[in-house]
Design a protein around this ligand. Structure first.
Ligand SMILES: C[S@@+](CC[C@H](N)C(=O)[O-])C[C@H]1O[C@@H](n2cnc3c(N)ncnc32)[C@H](O)[C@@H]1O
Length: 292
């Protein structure tokens, strides 16, 4: 697909964006965050293994943002994206809103400059207005937003900071606004296990090698990309999952209420990271919160 076609359809030029992250993450990721192997491999695996699959939840975000725009009588929504590994979440939201004729105005907060560099390039190319904030989602400040979007972000914030995260989201929300979450949830909080089935990793490595070859990627680059993918997959098991009971408690203490919480029956997994078979066992929850 030519670059012009990408821009026209507002799709991500993911070959370019993944290459940028691979090349520049060593200069942009902060060693104190330990996110180099995460940001260096994420877009590459999404592009070459998952054919650029968007993060899940497009139907949910389309429905809820459409409803919100109608309620507010707006055709332009100011949306805070709280943490995003690359351009995937923004691209998914753009695709969700396009047929509704709703124009997003993003505020994107992430502590890492690698993803912000990708997002600045992508959103500038497709002419979507966005503010980029390098910083901590727990402390970020900006003018009120119509909705906060969080996609698989909560497990990345340590348990003892999650209440403060929810409180900050509530503070940044305009009074009629919504918090929209797409999160894989478990009954009880706890650490994610290491890869339960090592053969799944071996299979994915071999499959990715095959895909790189089919796409005409040179042998030298393939070797480098496979190493980056292996390092991304090695990161699994470091996240502390949030259980539903703790989530409900934090929502109440943060002065919010749950408008809806649906566990998706779809067992599809598109995340570049983590064991797919194991991830599929944790249903993705689509959650709408508002201020009490
Ligand atoms: C939100 S998750 C990514 C998963 C998401 N589903 C996606 O597809 O993009 C991880 C991101 O959160 C960022 N992050 C982790 N802790 C953060 C914090 N306290 N404040 C802001 N960003 C943070 C990381 O830099 C990373 O880019």
């Amino acid at each position: 697909m030519s670059d012009a076609t990408h821009v026209h359809h507002r799709q991500e030029p993911l070959a370019l964006l993944s290459r940028l992250a691979y090349d520049f993450a060593p200069f942009l990721c902060n060693p104190a965050h330990g996110c180099l192997n995460y940001h260096r491999g994420w877009s590459l695996v999404r592009h070459y293994e998952a054919d650029g699959a968007l993060p899940l939840g497009l139907t949910f975000f389309r429905r809820e943002l459409g409803r919100l725009a109608e309620e507010l009588g707006k055709s332009r929504l100011r949306l805070l994206i709280s943490g995003a590994a690359d351009t995937g979440v923004a691209a998914m939201l753009v695709q969700a809103l396009m047929p509704l004729g709703i124009e997003p105005e993003f505020v994107i907060v992430d502590r890492c400059n690698t993803t912000l560099m990708q997002q600045r390039m992508y959103l500038t190319l497709i002419r979507v207005s966005a503010e980029f904030i390098q910083g901590d989602a727990v402390l970020v400040d900006t003018a009120p937003v119509d909705a906060v979007i969080s996609h698989s972000f909560i497990p990345y914030v340590p348990p003892d900071r999650r209440l403060a995260l929810l409180e900050n989201w509530a503070r940044l929300l305009q009074p009629q606004g919504r918090i929209l979450l797409s999160e894989r949830m478990v009954a009880r909080s706890g650490m994610a296990p290491a890869w339960p089935d090592p053969t799944e990793r071996q299979r994915r490595h071999a499959d990715l090698a095959h895909r790189l070859e089919c796409k005409g990627v040179s042998e030298v680059e393939s070797r480098a990309f496979l190493e980056a993918a292996d390092k991304l997959w090695n990161l699994t098991g470091q996240r502390h999952r949030m259980g539903l009971a703790d989530f409900h408690q934090a929502v109440a203490v943060a002065g919010m209420k749950v408008l809806s919480l649906d566990a998706s029956h779809d067992t599809t997994v598109v995340s570049p990271m983590g064991p797919k078979a194991e991830t599929a066992k944790r249903p993705r929850h689509e959650i709408v919160l508002c201020r009490r």
